[in-house]
Design a protein around this ligand. Sequence first.
Ligand SMILES: *Cc1c(COP(=O)(O)O)cnc(C)c1O
Length: 324
Amino acid sequence: MGIRMKQIALFERGIAPTPIVEMSGDYGKNRYYIKREDMIPFSFGGNKARKAAEFYKEIKASGADVVMTYGSNSSNHCRIIANMASAMGLSCHIISPEENREMLYNTRLVEDFGAVIETCPVTEVSQTIDRRIDAYRQAGRNPYFILGGGHGNPGTRACVNTYKEIAAYEEQTGIHFDYIFHASGTGTTQAGLISGKLLAEAERCQQGQKIVGISIAREEARGREVVRQSIEDYLGDAYPRLFKEDALLFTDAYRMGGYGQYTQDVRRTIEEVMAKDGIPMDSTYVGKAFHGMKCYLEKYQIQEKKILFVHTGGTPLFFDLLDK
Ligand SMILES: *Cc1c(COP(=O)(O)O)cnc(C)c1O
């Protein structure tokens, strides 16, 4: 128990600001900075670790004895939640689609953290979750369920914190970013960054950065709508006053056929960033989005701007790519 409690100190203290550094490589005619969310010191870090820190408080307050969530064999979220549950001394139950069972590093880690992995056809995920929650309750257990990817208000709040760190960096250094780019999946990260920006703009009466979500899976209409809805859920009463459609920049132009799909150009970009900056990027999220950002800046001929790319983690997936 002693060792477990020490790991948890990070969640009790809250996550310290992650580094923002200027990049060395020549990725186009702008200045490029990167925020290293992958360096959050828990279970290989990433935005799922940041979200988990918020869910930690909710789980503790609820008195749950089993943490449940959903995700595929490549899920960074499932790795982090399984690790956190084990560190808290709680059981962890993961529902996962049976269609994709290739053993990836994240799959291995989830198993090593002692989580139960229950597979079912992807079309039956939501019934399986409901049934399993009921079964736990009937057995006198107290489950806490987290949506896939750490979606929901606690996850959004976590990513508002990411925005606050960016704003604090700008204030300290006098460097103002014109754009913030990142990989957009469930939309939580983007909803948090945009909510943070809207709140800061209202407070300071000045225009913030353009925040561009590069979709790694969803098509534009649905992807945008989920981000917008998450912003509304988070801002609540302030939403009608603060939200403007043009604050939500989301593109599906680089989704390359959907989740997990990437091109050889993405792979070359990943190799380039590793060689020039020593930063690992995976092909499902971060490398794909970084490459999408390069294409976007070229397409719209954006030059001589200060660009911040948010590295959202996924380091175990980088190693999966090395095996291919
Ligand atoms: C989940 C994930 C994302 C996407 O974040 P969302 O909040 O789901 O949009 C991006 N990068 C990595 C590495 C992730 O694991």
